[in-house]
Design a protein around this ligand. Structure first.
Ligand code: KG4
Ligand code: ZN
Length: 370
């Protein structure tokens, strides 16, 4: 079986990422190798705005794109070897910030026309799901063609909180999602309330290390409801009202680290309890935790421990550097699509800020901007 080499590009939000993935099919598996994984973060640029500033994000993608591509292509001998060594270009076409997505999509289109390569459009959320297959292996992995389904994937990022069911590769059904804020968005907003900065997730995690997670009792919105949807805005408001009186606006006395730890624990409980409901109902053989918030150590261990109590399913969580946005997940999906001959030409792809992972979702939210 021929081996394919794919260049992947991801620019849906505030990370400019590119990577090269090698892929082949065997009778039972898709075998993949990560040759490179380059991410240029824009955190420093957006920090002072407390969120992603869309125009600055597009401009930063433009500046970072060529150096990121050059570094990603190093293992195959650099840009001059692209024509001989790369079989296709995978790119995130959505969902995300439209100006950011356009930078990646147009780069892929230019490379595809110039080097006469097919392109493989990838949904950002599929990238998050498949990044979890890298597990502890990181650089070479086998993804079984069958026997792992149903897969139940919880995607928790800055723009999304969704439970997605898969009966086969590359086919998704969203069974639940947030009705208001995404989990990452809640981390970012609570970090702002606590005066911590952006992005909130890692800063809350750090502060929570020194806090008592049982100090504050916070609400668990919707966890008792018989569905797989989530809500975080009430939790965020509860944190806000712990810090100041809603009627007078006067600041209250509170312990910052304890509040951060209590909030983090509550988010882990909400996400895990809703996933447990879906595990009981759909009996998946594989349970995935993915997206930027899955970099959170408390969530990783709480989720794994609680899910393990009720199922023997394999539990997949990406390594922390592949929880947040990256091109490896995009490349893995791109490679699988290429192996299934799902490729197209440069003029058939389009950046789509609204791009549901399946057709049943109307309420998905996107990469959050200020
Ligand atoms: O998936 P991602 O990198 O980008 C989007 O697709 O949105 O997720 C970014 C989100 C941000 O809201 C960030 O605060 C959150 O993931 N995040 C975390 C952690 N690291 C990133 N949340 C909690 N704990 C973390 N360690
Ligand atoms: Zn993401």
């Amino acid at each position: 079986m021929k081996k394919f080499t794919i260049l992947a590009i991801e620019t849906s939000c505030d990370e400019t990422a590119a990577g090269v993935i090698e892929a082949k099919k065997t009778a039972a598996n898709f075998e993949l190798r990560v040759l490179s994984n380059v991410v240029a973060s824009q955190i420093e640029i957006h920090k002072k705005w407390g969120g992603v500033y869309p125009e600055l994000a597009s401009r930063a993608h433009l500046e970072a794109m060529i150096p990121v591509l050059e570094e990603a292509l190093e293992p195959i001998g650099g840009t001059k070897k692209l024509a001989d060594s790369i079989d296709a270009i995978a790119v995130t076409v959505g969902p995300g910030l439209i100006g950011s997505l356009l930078m990646g999509v147009e780069t892929a289109q230019i490379l595809a026309t110039y080097y006469k390569k097919p392109v493989v459009p990838v949904n950002h959320l599929e990238g998050h799901i498949y990044a979890s297959f890298t597990g502890k292996l990181k650089n070479s992995l086998k993804i079984a063609k069958t026997g792992i389904f149903p897969v139940l994937a919880l995607i928790v990022s800055g723009g999304h909180t969704s439970l997605v069911l898969m009966e086969k590769h590359l086919k998704y059904k969203t069974i639940g999602q947030t009705l208001d804020d995404a989990a990452g968005e809640a981390f970012d907003k609570v970090a702002r309330i606590l005066g911590l900065g952006y992005p909130g997730g890692p800063l809350i995690e750090k502060l929570a290390e020194g806090g008592n997670e049982n100090a504050y009792e916070l609400p668990l919105p919707m966890v008792k409801q018989d569905n797989y949807d989530f809500s975080f805005s009430g939790l965020k408001t509860a944190v806000l009202y712990t810090t100041k009186n809603p009627a007078t606006g006067k600041m209250k006395k509170y312990h910052k680290a304890d509040l951060a730890a209590s909030f983090q624990k509550t988010v882990s409980q909400i996400l895990t309890q809703k996933t447990i409901r879906a595990v009981k109902d759909f009996k998946p053989k594989t349970v995935i935790l993915s997206g930027g918030v899955s970099a959170n150590s408390h969530l990783r261990s709480f989720f794994e421990r609680e899910i393990r109590k009720i199922t023997e399913a394999q539990i997949l969580i990406p390594p922390k550097n592949l929880s947040t946005d990256n091109a490896v997940g995009i490349g893995l999906v791109g490679a699988l699509k290429l192996l299934k001959d799902k490729k197209t030409s440069w003029d058939k792809i389009k950046a789509q800020d609204n791009f549901p992972i399946d057709t049943s979702t109307a309420r998905l939210r996107y990469c959050r901007s200020v």
